[in-house]
Design a protein around this ligand. Structure first.
Ligand SMILES: [Zn+2]
Ligand SMILES: [Zn+2]
Length: 245
């Protein structure tokens, strides 16, 4: 056991200890699959294939379900259209997909992310022509207390699959936003305004893919896309493992 009980340990340090303990446990104990419970991996490929797929008619730009090829907002191009050029997710945020994402995000089971990210990379349309992958960043304080950024772990795997570089320094979260849950779509947008700042390196590629673990209304992607556009990226796409419809 780690001697955390008798000494006062700062939150940041505690999270490092928790992470080390989790990693040690993952290394020492044979891993069980979240879906079938059998040994041999955090999520078997055949179990990933059984997660709730984001199927049915969806808007080809923002991925909203239950609409034809384009939803009203995306069809009306101009200032009211989403700030990103396209969004995809392989899964709905339900069932075991939801469980896997929550376990990865809040309980440190980060081994669940690469299998989900591989499935996500497969639904990226070739015609998007992605040149680089940028994870949705956490603000510094939250990153420190959690010990990792789940979006970054997913982004690394997506980039590997697509054969493009992952760039974490292009986008910074300058303030952490209050919890988005329970806010209406419009309020979420307001809540996030100015949350991101894009740095302008010497050569930004024209076509960038933002990656997050999960998306709800796409408001976080929109705000991040807005920042990248201000820095000169002409096409910004978005990819998450699941969409909460
Ligand atoms: Zn399994
Ligand atoms: Zn749409």
């Amino acid at each position: 056991m780690l001697p955390v009980g008798h000494t006062r340990v700062s939150d940041g340090r505690r999270s490092v200890l928790v992470r080390l303990a989790t990693e040690a446990a993952e290394f020492l104990l044979p891993q069980r699959c979240l879906v079938c419970g059998r040994f041999g991996g955090a999520l078997h490929p055949q179990c990933v294939a059984r997660l709730p797929a984001a199927e049915g008619a969806r808007c080809q730009r923002c991925w909203r379900p239950g609409v034809g090829a384009w939803c009203g907002r995306c069809a009306a191009s101009g200032p009211d259209a989403p700030a990103f050029d396209g969004l995809r997710t392989p899964f709905e945020f339900g069932g075991d997909a939801r469980r896997a994402i929550l376990e990865a995000k809040f309980r440190g089971v980060t081994a669940l992310l690469p299998p989900l990210a591989r499935a996500a990379a497969e639904v990226v349309p070739v015609e998007w022509g992605i040149e680089a992958v940028v994870p949705i960043p956490l603000a510094r304080g939250r990153r420190r207390s959690r010990g990792y950024n789940q979006a970054e772990i997913a982004a690394v795997e997506v980039a590997r699959r697509l054969g493009v570089p992952v760039r974490t320094i292009w986008l910074r979260r300058i303030r952490e936003t209050p919890a988005q849950a329970g806010l209406a779509a419009e309020a979420r947008g307001r809540n996030l305004r100015g949350a991101f700042e894009a740095r302008r390196p010497d050569s930004l590629p024209a076509r960038v893919l933002l990656v997050d673990d999960v998306t709800t209304t796409g408001a976080t992607f929109e705000e991040a896309a807005r920042a990248l556009r201000l820095a000169g990226v002409s096409h910004v796409y978005a990819l998450a493992c699941a969409r909460e419809d």
